[in-house]
Each structure stands twice: as C-alpha cells, then as structure tokens.
Design a protein around this ligand. Sequence first.
Ligand code: AHG
Ligand code: MN
Ligand code: MN
Ligand code: MN
Length: 362
Amino acid sequence: VFDEVCDVTGITLKRFMSEVVLLNPELGELGTLFGAIDTACKAISNLVKRSQLPSSETLGYQGEVNIQGEDQKKLDVITNDLLKRALRFTGRLGVLASEEEDEPLDLISSLPNEAIFSDTEKYVCVFDPLDGSSNVDAGIPTGTIIGIYEHDETCAIDFDDCTDDECSEQEAQCLANTLQAGNNLVAAAYCLYSSSTFLVLTLGAGTYGFTLDENLGEFILSHPAMKIPETSSIISMNEANTFMWDQPLQDTVMKWKRGEGKSGNSFSSRYIGSMVGDVHRTLLYGGIFGYPSDTKNPNGKLRLLYEGAPMSFIVEQAGGLATTGKQRVMEITPDYVHQRVPIILGSKNDVQEVIDAYENAS
Ligand code: AHG
Ligand code: MN
Ligand code: MN
Ligand code: MN
C-alpha cells in the first residue's frame, strides 16, 4: 500500500498513519499521538531555525541545572514544555517521562479535569525534547527522540472509585509502568533539525523516513523501508575517550583503523555530538555509532529510556544491531528513569565484530 507514491504531494505522514490505522484499527490511538508529534516537530524545527535571529532570545542557558547535572539550554525547557502540552492534550497519554523532568508525570491526575480522558488506550510516552542541545547555539543539527509504550490499565485511574491510599497505589503502579524495556516499545521516532527537517519512525514493521516539505507544511514519505548497510567504513564515537573504553572495543576499533577489521575496509571518522544526527547518517551511509562504557562513566552517557531504547528500535527495524557490548540494548528494563546505558549501534556486521570481541574476552 505504501508503494503508490505517484500522487502529486507524495505520501504525507497523516496519510501514512491513516493507512496504517485502516489496516490496523487497534492502532487508532497511535495515529492520534503521531498527529501531535507531527505538529510538535514542525514547531520545534521552526523554533530551532529562528533561534539564531537576534529577535528570538531563545539561545543560551536557562540558568538551571537539570536532574542530569547539565546546564539547561533555554531551548531544552521551551521544547520540553511544547512536547508535554502537545502530547498531553491528545487525551491518549497516561504517563510521560522526559530528560528534562525529574520524575515521570502522571498525566491523568495532574489534569484539572479527568473528563478530558475518555476510556481509550492510555500510552506511556518518553522523550528527549532536544537532543544535542549543547550544539544548538552553533547551529549544528539537533533532534527530538520519542518512545511510545503500551498503555497499562493502572493508568486509567478512576479517582471516584478508589480511596486516597488505593488511588496513590494505582498512581505509583502507573508511574512504575513507565520503566519498561525497549522490547515493549510499540513505536519510536526521531525528528532531525538539519539541512531539512526529517521525521523517522518505526511501528515495529520497518523504519520509514519523512522529510518536511515547507511549502506544504507536511512531512512527506522520502525514505520508505530504510535499510542500513550491513558493513560500513565510518566510526562515530567521541574518540577523546578511546583509552578509557573497554579493551575489546579498543582492540576492535584499532583493527578497523589499520584496515584489519573483518570487512577489510579502511575507516573514516564522523562525529557531530548530536546522537540524532549521528544515527541518521549511520542509518543512511552505514557505520558504527557509540557512546560506550568508559572508566569515567561505566554506563556511558546516553540515557536508556528516551535515547538508547527508541534509537535501538529504529536501527534494529532497519536491519542494524544495537548492543551494550554484552547484551541487546532493547532487553534492558530501566531501574531508574534517567538510567544511562553503554551503546554501540549501526551496521550489523561491524557491530557483530564488537559483540564477538566482548564474548571472546569474557
Ligand atoms: P542531550 O543534548 O539530549 O543531553 O544529548 C547529548 C548527547 C547525544 O546527543 C550525543 O551523542 C552525546 O551527548 C555527545 O556527548 P559528548 O559531547 O560527550 O560526546
Ligand atoms: Mn541534555
Ligand atoms: Mn539526548
Ligand atoms: Mn536532550
């Protein structure tokens, strides 16, 4: 059904999602959520592009430190508020978690009037509203990462039908429901604010890329059924940390640099310090992107729930691999909403070489 690309506008994201929902009615609520994501990504793209203008006053620091210990950029806060609002008033979300929120938010009880929520599916949404935000003042590409998990009946809390203790118990269960392994993701998406504005998504049946046509104001299907090259010649890691990495990874990367890897390829290095931009290039050109474990940060830097798991889902659905070195990233259930995870992802033959090196070393 997606092959009929012959009409004038191309397949818009709206049409793509309505065709998905026609074929899979049980995903109806997901279509509503992607309507909100579509709008939010366009709004954030506009904010990021206009932030460089003197009149915008949205560059620079907020003057707050977030729970990650990072100096928040003004745009971290603005984009977080924008996404929270866009998602919450779909009435389809029970819980959301964000890089910029200390704790997961239970959207049902926090709304002025629970009547906004009909008894439809309640999804759990996790997101990194502005990924690579340290780059935003320099106009280097940034992104947004979103993961959507199945709802859980504890998130449809009927406050008239429980005692205070029961309600808070249900709320606690609902919030705990946020912390699911990537294997439970029903959808994942990223938006990339670069030379074009891209939206790449998976619903568990392949990875699809859309490009914003600014004349139409619509995301148009531009990369149907993305497939990552199985072997590559691009290393994409912060190599200032090389001598702090695990030995198996150091050995493998050294082999690649000497042209002595399995593929025999000679390698180049490409790293922009924005995960979304680095992963998007890796999906299209092939490569190995990583923020590995190192002696300073044994769990690396990237957060499992709203960076590692959604991006691993997207890469795996495009035929790539995503590992900590010792296990699939999508198998790990977070204990904590901001838990960090070592991550090496990309072209499957090259990532497999890293997995084998760890296995041989154990
Ligand atoms: P965020 O801006 O959402 O905090 O994420 C930044 C991350 C990720 O985008 C990128 O891959 C990584 O930080 C770069 O870290 P280094 O600058 O330490 O390499
Ligand atoms: Mn950050
Ligand atoms: Mn990030
Ligand atoms: Mn961020």
